[in-house]
Design a protein around this ligand. Structure first.
Ligand code: KIV
Length: 244
């Protein structure tokens, strides 16, 4: 699974055979320049998901439910989840947190025929409770709680589960505990799948410690600097770029 926030990126991911494309609320940090994901709105997420869906032919398209779109009531959660399918072409939604907190919202969304992906561990919408973007599941209590949460989300009907920033051995235990696929980010190699933020793997993001698979930042810097240089030097445009 990889994230995408616009049409051209989604088209490339889809053509590369990425199983799941996630329009993450990481959008706020990655393409909107926000310090966290908390200010991302439903309208912004629907807008980005609509762009992404135009580039997707084969991948499963999952839209991330932003902060306050599912926390207030099951009715609001269902209405917002429904918007992603009706207005932007998503196939499923993802939300952060446990059944203890949001079980009723998850049930309401599922009852309407909308598949739900769970997300536990370092869930960025709770960054203020965690006191920062910190690894979760380190002590015995926290480990037991996360294992419980994973089983709860499977029982509630989630079709897959993102495990974010937890120790690799805990992710392995959870993956063995549940029969739905786990998808890890900073959770070691034993998860059934892996997810990363697109701009991070491209070397165009801000996350430290993420493996980069390309250096898009340098390519863009070279291209933009080349354009500026050639225009200033009067080398571009030339006859071949003129319309007759
Ligand atoms: O918002 C996001 O991009 C995510 C993934 C990192 C799982 O939730």
């Amino acid at each position: 699974m990889l994230t995408a926030y616009d049409y051209p990126s989604a088209k490339i991911l889809d053509e590369c055979g990425v199983d799941i494309i996630l329009v993450g609320d990481s959008c706020g940090m990655v393409v909107m320049g926000c310090p966290d994901t908390l200010s991302v709105t439903m309208d912004e997420m629907v807008h980005h998901t609509r762009m992404v869906s135009r580039g997707v032919k084969n991948s499963l398209l999952v839209a991330d439910m932003p902060f306050l779109s599912y926390q207030i009531s099951p009715q609001e959660a269902l209405r917002n989840a429904g918007r992603f399918l009706a207005e932007s072409g998503a196939n499923a939604v993802k939300l952060e947190g446990s059944v203890d907190k949001f079980g009723e919202s998850i049930s309401a969304i599922l009852r309407a025929g909308i598949p739900v992906m769970g997300h536990i561990g370092m869930t960025p919408q709770s960054v203020n409770q965690f006191g920062g973007f910190k690894v979760q599941g380190r002590g015995p209590e926290s480990r037991a709680r996360l294992r419980e949460e994973a089983r709860g989300l499977e029982d509630a009907g989630c079709f897959a589960l993102v495990l974010e920033c937890i120790p690799a051995d805990l992710a392995a235990e959870i993956t063995a505990d549940v029969s739905i696929p786990t998808i890890g980010i900073g959770a070691g190699p034993s998860c059934d799948g892996q997810v990363l933020v697109l701009h991070d793997i491209l070397g165009w993001g801000t996350t430290r410690f993420c493996k980069t698979f390309g250096d898009v930042r340098s390519l863009m810097q070279d291209a933009c600097a080349g354009f500026v240089e050639e225009v200033k030097a009067g080398k571009f445009p030339t006859k071949e770029h003129e319309f007759k």
